[in-house]
Write a protein that binds this ligand. Structure first.
Ligand code: B16
Ligand code: MG
Length: 218
């Protein structure tokens, strides 16, 4: 029986991808090339430094490791301008009431995000109190599709991996969940998330019954 739900942040609880995109596009433009929304799709769930390296590849620009750190810092400053303006209106439809219902049914709630800004974002949208554990980019050393973030999450709430469900919007996140031997629910388009165990468009109308209906292999 499922005992813990692990939620990705960007694309599942809030749509911060649009802010990442604006900050990355500014950085690309400052370096003399463009960066498109289609290219931004590749960066979902990918860490800040790895995202930057992919963008520099797109522009055919080479930088030293020190310059890469400085550029990542600059991008984050631009990104934080958007984050600082976030509030509860940015919570994606249905996800807060879904989590509340899971909590009422004694399901552990965990955040599993690549972002180093996750705590700040959860504070801005006032959902931080709903989580039993938060594993984010400040705690992990390996990026999705490596399962590290979800394995650490399950361990933090002491639930066996096979009794965990992961909600993810990124194909790399779905891969990470499956590598952790967890049930992967893709949030978004079925075409993009075809490897997930199940795909939902969003959380509207979902409650504990959805979790109860999942039969795990264990
Ligand atoms: P930061 P998630 C990920 O969040 C984003 O999808 C990805 O685009 C971003 O590069 C990464 O966080 C790192 O974010 O720059 O705030 O540390 O989807 O894993 O919640
Ligand atoms: Mg995501």
């Amino acid at each position: 029986m499922i005992q813990a739900c692990l939620f990705d942040l960007d694309g599942v609880i809030v749509d911060t991808a649009k802010y990442h995109f604006q900050a990355w596009r500014k950085l690309a433009n400052d370096l003399g090339f463009d960066f498109t929304p289609e290219q931004n799709e590749m960066l979902k769930g990918v860490s800040r430094i790895e995202s930057l390296k992919l963008i520099l590849d797109i522009g055919g620009v080479s930088k030293t490791e020190q310059e890469i750190l400085e550029l990542a810092e600059k991008k984050n400053e631009d990104y934080l301008h958007f984050v600082n303006q976030m509030d509860q209106k940015e919570i994606l439809p249905g996800v807060e009431s879904f989590i509340q219902d899971l909590r009422a049914n004694h399901i552990k709630i965990v955040l599993g995000s690549a972002s180093k800004n996750a705590v700040k974002i959860l504070e801005k949208i006032k959902l931080i109190g709903l989580f039993d554990a938060i594993i984010d980019g400040t705690k992990t050393t390996r990026s999705k599709p490596d399962p590290q973030v979800f394995l650490m999450g399950a361990k933090a709430v002491e639930i066996p991996n096979e009794f965990c469900v992961v909600f993810e919007d990124a194909p790399k996140g779905v891969q990470a969940a499956q590598a952790a031997n967890m049930y992967a629910v893709g949030v978004g388009e079925a075409q993009v998330l075809s490897h997930a165990d199940q795909v939902i468009e969003g959380f509207d109308g979902l409650d504990y019954g959805f979790i109860k209906s999942i039969s795990v292999k264990a």
